[in-house]
Design a protein around this ligand. Structure first.
Ligand code: FAD
Length: 547
């Protein structure tokens, strides 16, 4: 069930200098870059912005320490530079994170190699922040770890973006401010190609069911793991696929006694790297690497992957007695890596590739392959240059005024609380998710008690944020709001009853009738449980049998 608060004027017959297909972090970044360069730009997304791989990642903003093993110094340098820009310009969404790399006597990597790697990582990144853990933190962690091993600890610093969905929403708004037209729930059915070059794009509005055609000067295919499918439907023939999809799965656990307050990076039993991260008041554990060229919209973690992740974290923290029953939910995404059948997934480059389709009989079309959340903005600059636009590197560019407002600044939080007549906790949450725009939302909240009401009894986020999502941030469905614009449904205690309560409170303000309410709630619950998959009894039973 949808609620389209933003008017969706028909696009039929319009000409756009650039049409971007796919509204993940990469598509949003490209649309923003092209619009800022003065190009009349259209961004279309078949579901919701950031609903693809972007919301299924490990959410680390990092240089990629591991990529040094593969000699990818250039990628590490680029990623570290982007990390610093994000930390500076989006400090409300991207924050420094202290990492502890753990080795024991069975680890495949030697302490010497790790020390050398960290030295190089620090050198390339030009470390500026503290990166030592405090004694208490270390002692606590040591007590929680498997005492049967001799552990070595290595400190380093990276960053975390807990909600890349919010980063995409901010970049989307900036694209719109620069003049881009954006449409979620709008599928690109095919790129129209004639006489060796692209002419336009055929679109289907998933809300009205209406098909439309737009003319395009350039098409940028930013559909992530769907990139080959977009070409196939457009009859663009290539000698080999562009992508080799690799599924990565995560499990989410409640915090457990002894759970780390720093991010832990270590080796699983098979030597693969594994992260155990504090995230959104929970613990995020990932990932796996499984070849997967199936439908990216339907990918889910397999029972084997869940068991592997549970076993890995249980072996690391045996006293916590973690089992499949402990898992709150699991989710998976497909890494859209460059087709590289001769390499192991971990050895395939994470660098982005811009595939020019001129040789495939579709001149003026590019496909973006691979990349990372961390490097989406630099990929967008590369892409702009490829189509003849100028794009300045951030280190030679004056820092934009930005959207950041530091939630750690108590004065800023108190000011938002005062403006909106809301609690300090609500104000801090608004600043964390909306940066400087928190002031506008707070002004809206002041208007009525209904707008100041919390979305459900367990969150401090309020209905005014939901209204803002529908009015200004292009949310259309309840899922767009509660999973991505105001992502309270990713929270530790969210349950079906929270969904029901949220729908009631939101519906009361937006004037939903009983039918709209029921249909919105049903569609939302279906989307939530398809994405954040509860770990079934079967998985838990299998694990018990294996013990
Ligand atoms: C398990 C895992 C962990 C990761 N961890 C990290 C990490 O910690 N740090 C990091 O920097 N990177 C990480 N990444 C990589 C990062 O998440 C991706 O590189 C990035 O999100 C890709 O963004 P995208 O925009 O290309 O793809 P997506 O986010 O998938 O966006 C593509 C969009 O295109 C849309 N689309 C598809 N077909 C059509 C069509 N026909 N019409 C209209 N729209 C269409 C889809 O619906 C989708 O929303 C991880 C990836 C995975 C899978």
């Amino acid at each position: 069930m949808v609620l389209a608060a933003n008017p969706r004027a028909p696009l039929e017959g319009q000409h756009f200098q650039v049409v971007v297909i796919g509204g993940g972090i990469n598509g949003v970044a490209v649309a923003r870059q092209c619009a800022r360069a003065g190009k009349h730009t259209l961004l279309v997304e078949q579901n919701d912005f950031a609903s693809g791989v972007t919301s299924r990642s490990t959410r680390i903003i990092h240089g990629g320490l591991r990529y040094l093993e593969h000699g990818e110094l250039g990628l590490v340098r680029e990623s570290l530079r982007e990390r610093e820009t994000l930390l500076r310009e989006r400090s409300h969404l991207v924050h420094p994170m202290h990492f502890l790399l753990l080795l024991n006597e069975t680890s495949q990597r030697s302490a010497l190699k790790v020390r050398a790697g960290l030295w190089l990582y620090q050198l390339v990144g030009g470390k500026t922040r503290r990166n030592d853990s405090n004694e208490v933190e270390l002692k606590q962690l040591e007590r929680a770890l498997d005492a049967g091993h001799r552990w070595s600890f290595f400190n380093y610093e990276d960053a975390q973006c807990e909600f890349p969905e919010r980063l995409a929403a901010e970049w989307l708004m900036e694209a719109v401010e620069a003049g881009a037209i954006v449409r979620n729930h709008m599928e690109a059915l095919a790129v129209d190609v004639a006489h060796g070059r692209i002419r336009g794009v055929l679109l289907r509005d998933q809300i009205t069911g209406r098909d439309q055609r737009v003319d395009a000067g350039w098409v940028i295919n930013c559909s992530g793991p769907w990139a080959d499918r977009v070409c196939q439907r457009s009859s663009i023939r290539m000698a080999k696929p562009m992508l080799g999809g690799v599924r990565g799965s995560h499990i989410v656990l409640p915090r457990f006694p002894g759970s780390p307050s720093a991010a832990v990076y270590t080796e699983a039993g098979d030597g693969r790297p594994i992260f155990v991260l504090p995230w959104n008041d929970q613990i995020l554990v990932g990932t796996t690497e499984v070849a997967d060229n199936g439908d990216p919209g339907r990918t889910v973690p397999s029972t084997d992957e869940i068991n592997y992740l549970v076993r890995s974290v249980a072996q690391l923290f045996p006293k916590a007695k973690i089992s499949a029953h402990s898992v709150k939910h699991s989710f998976a995404g497909i890494r859209p890596l460059p087709y590289s059948p001769e390499n192991r997934p971990s050895a395939v480059t994470r660098r982005h590739i811009l595939h020019n389709h001129a040789d495939d009989g579709a001149a003026r079309m590019l496909s973006v392959i691979g990349g990372k959340l961390t490097t989406a903005a630099s990929m967008a600059r590369d892409c702009a240059r490829k189509i003849g636009l100028s794009a300045t590197e951030p280190d030679t560019m004056a820092v934009r005024p930005g959207t950041a407002l530091d939630p750690l600044l108590d004065d800023a939080v108190l000011e938002i609380a005062r403006i909106g007549g809301v609690s300090e906790e609500t104000a801090r949450g608004m600043v964390e998710w909306h940066g400087k725009r928190a002031a506008d939302i707070a002004r809206m909240a002041l208007v009525s008690a209904e707008l100041r009401a919390t979305i459900c009894p367990h969150t401090s986020h309020v209905i005014a944020e939901v209204v803002e999502a529908y009015r200004r941030e292009y949310a259309v469905t309840l899922g767009d709001v509660l999973l991505r614009r105001v992502p309270v449904a990713l929270g530790a205690c969210w349950s079906e009853s929270c969904s029901r309560e949220a729908a009631l409170r939101i519906g009361a303000v937006l004037g939903w009738n009983e039918h709209t309410m029921g249909a919105s709630l049903e569609a939302f619950e279906m989307e939530r449980t398809a994405f954040l998959r509860p770990v079934g009894r079967a998985t838990a039973a299998l694990e018990a049998a294996a013990d």
